[in-house]
Design a protein around this ligand. Structure first.
Ligand code: NAD
Length: 492
């Protein structure tokens, strides 16, 4: 039995309200393909209303509030998320098809995002001073920007939303969030939590709706100072174009096609666990997924044998079942896209090995864990982001060859190197063109590190002080004379 969920409204100026046009859209459960509930569909009028409220809240209260007071609100949000972790995880799994064992961890981490930024802002958000002889002191202060627009994807909604909302609010900005239309439930929950935390009206707003309309209106709004976006590379490029007119600051976290390289001296068991987890967790809908696995010639056959066993053993099923390891893809359209890539792989000459979707869950958008064996890096399936549980396996012989292959792709988000040769580990990690590299590790990270990609995977970094200093605040310089320096006397 799946949970019954109420219809969802917009959250603007501290109120849950219908869309101006009273429009709604249906939210579909990826496990059953039945309608979960109806969502208010915000358009430009609603975005205008949210931005107006957000701007007023910034100027009247939030932007100038004492830091300690603001952080009390931020920590209260974290505490309330903790109280609701189970409910948030259930809603997230219902909405996205992500296994509940994984959404529970994501929800718990979301609370930590708020605490982390409360600590960061209190201890680290300070400027520098530059004394110039006995003539001047120049100093910097980091100021919030005002209204920021946050546009998020469906693959890890709550986690990614809080990853943006927490630094935006903690640094003193006000927010209009446009969540992905395919996964609106937990954004609404975040609005409920923030409402309960008692933040001043208008500080945080949620406008549900479609990309081109609700998202587009936010991007082109003259009173929105910055857009932080996570999603597809092509959408990112459209947003940059559309934000040019109003000269917005933008942050782009985009797609990936990340390599995982296993040398012949690696710890095979650990490399295997990491490779399997890295592509089949989050249903393969993970930006940092190791979708291209490069195996050294001498260990390839042995590695592939175990991979084949693993894909047939991965537990496919109801996302609400705690033992499920792989759930359904977000919607039918995405299912068709991923399935089509598997057909392309066959045409391109790959041997396809797959797990089996149990008969009783066939109503869901399930693609079984899939291996594309004998893949070559120049194949379409190795160059384009599939964003599903599909691992391409590519053989290599030399270090130079594998670095060239890893880099011969338009993306540059993440990369993983497995070797017990310490020099080679560092060398290869430094040579792979990506924003984030892991050596002998799966995708574990500390919140203080910069998160983001190079090439077509993004512009700018989130996380740690990068989000705080480089995106959500602007440095302001104040020059103060402390003696009577020379001033030219024109026209005297
Ligand atoms: P998407 O680009 O289709 O949509 C993301 C968001 O953008 C949605 O809210 C959507 O409504 C909105 N949008 C769409 N068109 C818009 C427009 N013209 N103007 C303004 N907003 C618009 O992405 P998706 O399919 O939801 O997410 C999957 C993608 O996200 C994958 O490519 C994945 O790699 C990427 N991703 C990247 C990271 C990262 O940190 N680099 C993290 C997670 C996901």
């Amino acid at each position: 039995m799946h949970k019954k969920v109420e219809d969802i409204k917009l959250y603007i100026n501290g109120e849950f309200i219908d869309a101006h046009a009273c429009a709604t859209f249906e939210n579909i459960n990826p496990f059953t393909n039945e309608v979960t509930n109806k969502i208010a569909e915000g358009r430009s009028e609603d975005v205008n209303k949210a931005v107006k409220a957000s701007k007023e809240a910034f100027h009247s209260e939030w932007g100038t509030m004492k830091v300690a007071e603001r952080m009390e609100y931020i920590n209260r949000i974290a505490d309330l998320i903790d109280e609701e972790v189970e409910e948030i995880a259930i809603l997230e799994s219902l909405d996205t098809g992500l296994p509940i064992s994984q959404t529970r961890k994501m929800a718990a981490r979301a609370a930590e995002n708020f605490r982390f930024y409360a600590r960061m802002v209190q201890s680290k958000l300070h400027g520098e001073s530059y004394p110039v002889d006995d003539e001047f002191i120049n100093y910097t202060v980091y100021k919030p920007m005002g209204v920021v627009g946050l546009i998020t994807p469906w693959n890890a909604p709550f986690m990614l939303e809080t990853w943006k909302v927490a630094p935006a609010l903690a640094t003193g900005n006000t927010v209009v969030l446009k969540p992905a239309e395919l996964s609106p439930l937990t954004a609404n929950k975040l609005a409920e939590v923030i409402d309960k935390a008692g933040l001043p009206n208008g500080v945080f707003n949620v406008v549900h709706g479609f990309g081109e309309t609700a998202g587009g209106s936010l991007v082109s709004h003259p009173d929105v100072e910055a857009i932080s976006f996570t999603g597809e590379t092509t959408t990112g490029s459209t947003i940059i174009k559309n934000s040019a007119e109003t000269l917005k600051k933008t942050s782009m976290e985009l797609g990936g096609k990340s390599p995982l390289i296993v040398f012949d001296d690696a710890d095979m068991d650990r490399a295997l666990d990491a490779a399997v987890w890295g592509i089949f967790s989050f249903n393969g809908e993970r930006c940092t997924a190791n979708s291209r696995v490069f195996l050294h010639k001498t260990i390839k056959d042995q590695f592939v044998e175990v991979l084949k066993e693993r894909v047939t053993n991965i537990k496919i099923g109801d996302p609400m079942d705690p033992s499920t390891q792989l759930g359904p893809l977000i919607d039918k359209e995405h299912f068709n896209k991923v399935t089509n890539y598997i057909e392309i792989a066959k045409q391109e000459g790959c041997e396809v090995v797959q797990g089996k979707v149990p008969e009783e869950v066939k109503a869901g958008n399930f693609v079984p864990p899939t291996l594309l064996l004998d893949a070559k890096n120049d194949m379409k399936v190795c160059q384009e982001e599939i964003f599903g549980p599909v691992m391409a396996v590519i053989e290599f012989e030399t270090e130079e060859e594998v670095i060239a292959g890893a880099n011969d792709v338009k993306y540059g988000l993440a990369g993983y190197v497995w070797t017990n040769d310490i020099k080679r580990g560092h060398r290869v990690a430094q040579a792979v063109e990506a924003g984030m590299l892991w050596v002998n590790a799966q995708n574990v990270r500390d919140l203080r590190i910069p998160f983001g990609g190079t090439k077509a995977s993004g512009i700018g970094r989130e996380g740690g002080h990068y989000a705080m200093f480089e995106f959500y605040t602007e440095p302001k310089v104040i020059h103060v004379a402390i003696s009577d320096h020379h001033i030219p006397q024109f026209g005297k």
